[in-house]
Each structure stands twice: as C-alpha cells, then as structure tokens.
Design a protein around this ligand. Structure first.
Ligand code: G1P
Length: 297
C-alpha cells in the first residue's frame, strides 16, 4: 500500500512584482478571478484531491492571506441576521479546521526548491503535494486529483505536464522523456528554464507536483541552479540520477498562467463565462465588442 497524499505545500512567498502596483499591498494570491482569490482555487483543488493539511510558505507582507483563511464571526453573524444564506455558504469554503493550516516563513527569496525545503519539518516520511497557485487549472476532474489517482497506481514523484510551443519552453521546467505512454510519461531528466533551442522536449512542467520524501533529502544538498535559485526541478531530476521513478502526467484540463497579466485576464473571462449568473451578460458584452471591432476594421 502506498502512503496517502494528505499534505500540500503552497509556495506563496513571491513578491508578485509583475502585478505592481496592485501587489504593493495585496498579496498576489489574494487577487480575484471573478469573486474568489487565486489561492481559493488552489485550496479547493487540494481538498478535492484528499488533502487534509495545508502548508503555506509565506514571506513579509502576506498577512492578508492568513486573515483570509480565518473565521469571521462578526461578518458571519451579520449575514445570518440578514438571512444571506448563499453568502454564508460562500464563506464556508474559506474556513479551515483548527490545526489544518500552517504558515512557514521563507526568509530569503532563494527559489522554489528552497521554499519547499523551508516546510521540511512539517513533512514526515511521506509523499506530499506542491501546488503553485499561479497556475490555475480548469478541469472536470481537478488536476491534483488526476495526479493522486495516477500516483496511487504508479508511485514515484510526479509532475503535471503540458505541451507548450517550443519557443516558450525556456519559461518552464522541461521534461526529458524516456518513454511516452500517452497520459503518463516516464522521465529521464528535467531541465529548469533551458536556454532557447536547448529544451529536451516541449513537454513543460505545470505547477502541480507529488513529491516523495527523498526529494526533500536532495533539497538539503541542492546548489543554486537556473537564475541563481535553488530549483525544485533540479531536486526532482536528482531522483532520476538515483534510480527512482519520476513521471509526468498529461492532465486533462485547461491551464491559465495567472502569473502573467494576459493569462490572468483570460482566466477571468473563462471563469466568468463558466458562471450561470454572469454568462449571458458577459457573452453579450464580448460579442458586441467583437462585432464593433470587426466593423471598425
Ligand atoms: C515554476 C517552476 C517551473 C514550472 C513553472 C510552471 O517556474 O520552477 O519548473 O514550469 O513554475 O508554472 P516559475 O513560473 O515560478 O518561474
């Protein structure tokens, strides 16, 4: 029997400089797609995959994140008085059981691998998940759940994988494929942000990982990699070197890069169109916009 994956690490220490000035006082993870912060999408996905403990690796200025997951008795009693059951229901998804959530500070911005390593004392000898909230994935079956199910069958470390245009590969961790089984890909190497023209494939790592405790041990010894940072990609690649399995999962679903402005806007439109209460109005607006644009051309 493989150990169940019940813990997830959410690296949320980044400064979010791409979204300045907004992120001067609002953590990027609190920025909203329609009416829910980015982090809520990540939490919901983790819960659906059976995660019970949520570990946030934070930094200075992320207080709003802690408040977001706190209970809000005053607000709740006010909504109850006014009979706003739907809003009370919406608030429920933000509440965490006592003890289910932990915050660890990453004191220096030394990279994703370092952020994960900062949480090492909260992980026992067990596999765990890592979710990067910038990558929002719309899917019928949530991406991490797809991964947990696959992991239960094949074990090892696993990353979410997606084909990207070759010229974009240098923005990602990229898989060197040993054997392609379709949904699952056996990996013989991984390169973080390969220079243009040197990517071993166009299969990119997307921000969902299931990681075995061996990777944490490698992170203990990890040196700086691409961009001078301690890379999670390098620590996972080390697994291959040591003869342990690493696999990519081509997940079903649409990924939005909410770390970029264009991706964030696309996600806003897509999630707006997916909502029964907004679809018609938004669709009419978009159609009108397109037709006037075409007419102008
Ligand atoms: C991180 C990872 C990279 C991965 C990417 C996915 O990079 O280091 O391997 O492909 O997330 O979004 P970042 O985008 O934080 O630079």
């Amino acid at each position: 029997m493989r150990s169940k994956v019940t813990k997830a690490i959410f690296p949320v220490a980044g400064m979010g400089t791409r979204f300045l000035p907004a992120t001067k006082s609002v953590p990027k993870e609190i920025m909203t797609l329609v009416d829910r912060p980015l982090i809520q999408y990540a939490i919901d996905e983790a819960r659906a995959a059976g995660i019970k403990e949520f570990i946030f690796v934070t930094s200075r200025g992320k207080g709003a994140l802690e408040d977001y997951f706190d209970h809000s008795p005053q607000l709740e009693s006010e909504l109850r008085k006014r009979g706003k059951d739907d809003l009370l229901e919406a608030l429920k998804s933000t509440n965490m059981d006592s003890g289910a959530i932990a915050y660890i500070r990453q004191h220096k911005a030394l990279g994703l691998g370092h952020a994960v390593w900062c949480a090492r004392r909260l992980i026992a000898n067990e596999p765990f998940a890592v979710i990067l909230p910038d990558d929002v994935i719309a899917a019928e079956k949530p991406c991490l759940q797809q991964m947990v199910e696959a992991y239960e069958e094949v074990g090892g470390s696993m990353v979410a994988a997606m084909e990207v245009p070759m010229e974009k590969a240098s923005s990602y961790g990229v898989l060197d494929v040993a054997e392609d089984h379709g949904t699952i890909v056996d990996v013989k190497g991984m390169v973080e942000k390969p220079p243009m023209g040197e990517a071993p494939s166009n299969l990119a790592v997307i921000g969902r990982y299931i990681i075995t405790p061996d990777v944490l041990r490698s992170l203990n010894k990890m040196k700086q990699g691409a961009g001078g940072e301690i890379q999670l990609t390098d620590a996972i690649a080390q697994e291959v070197e040591e003869g342990r399995g690493v696999r990519g999962l081509r997940f079903q679903g649409q990924r939005f890069d909410c770390g970029s402005k264009a991706g964030f806007l696309q996600a806003t439109v897509a999630f707006g169109l997916a909502r029964d209460d907004l679809r018609d109005e938004l669709q009419d607006y978009l159609t009108e916009l397109m037709t006037t644009n075409k007419a102008a051309q």
